[in-house]
Design a protein around this ligand. Structure first.
Ligand SMILES: [Zn+2]
Length: 200
């Protein structure tokens, strides 16, 4: 089977649900950006989440024909996403949690070294959270087979050197600037924190 949703269709879903904000944003990194993704606003629609997960599953299956056993993603962002992808792949869906600095598998969740594991994030910004999940799996003697995400804004595959393919539904090049170099600031607008309302 071939992929049925192209990048434009996926970005339309983000626009329709208000999950892709276009404007002038202050990111947690301190940089300013013209776009911000809030996947929770898309994933709050179960049917849409299901459609995206099926699309990802189809792309994974087209390369990895052997069934997966586990999909795992970091809380909180990837909890529902990992669950939906697991449903689409007909396997278990787990999430990891941070306790202080450490990423942990809690609640009695178990992954065996023989399990075929897919690591997912909703938005892959630098791949940092997925990398923490992979490090945790490695400590457990588990070697994941691939990573997956809805939006990849990392500009490539952060796990290429680890030999892990990245299945991304949409690669998006998001511009980010240091405040001093921000063209939107120069035009006179003010950056807002995503999630907060712009000043009237
Ligand atoms: Zn700015």
């Amino acid at each position: 089977m071939t992929a049925v949703m192209d990048r434009d269709r996926i970005l339309d879903l983000f626009r329709e649900t208000g999950a892709m904000l276009e404007g002038h944003f202050l990111l947690s990194s301190g940089k300013h950006s013209d776009r911000y993704f809030q996947c929770a606003l898309l994933l709050e629609h179960p049917r849409k989440a299901e459609t995206l997960a099926q699309e990802l599953a189809q792309r994974v299956r087209s390369v990895h024909t052997q069934p997966y056993d586990v999909v795992v993603g970091p809380a909180l962002g990837a909890v529902t996403w990992a669950y939906e992808v697991a449903r689409a792949l007909n396997c278990r869906g787990l999430f990891t949690e941070r306790k202080g600095e450490e990423m942990e598998l809690r609640r009695g969740f178990q992954i065996k070294p023989t399990d075929r594991v897919l690591v997912v994030e909703d938005v892959m910004t630098t791949g940092g959270s997925a990398r923490e999940v992979i490090a945790l799996l490695t400590r457990m003697g588990v070697r994941p087979l691939a990573t997956g995400c809805i939006v990849n804004r990392s500009g490539g595959n952060p796990f290429e050197q680890d030999g892990l393919p990245l299945f991304a539904l949409a690669d998006v090049n998001v511009q980010a600037w240091d405040p001093a170099a921000c063209p939107l600031c120069k035009q006179g607008s003010r950056a807002i924190k995503p999630g907060s309302r712009p000043d009237a």
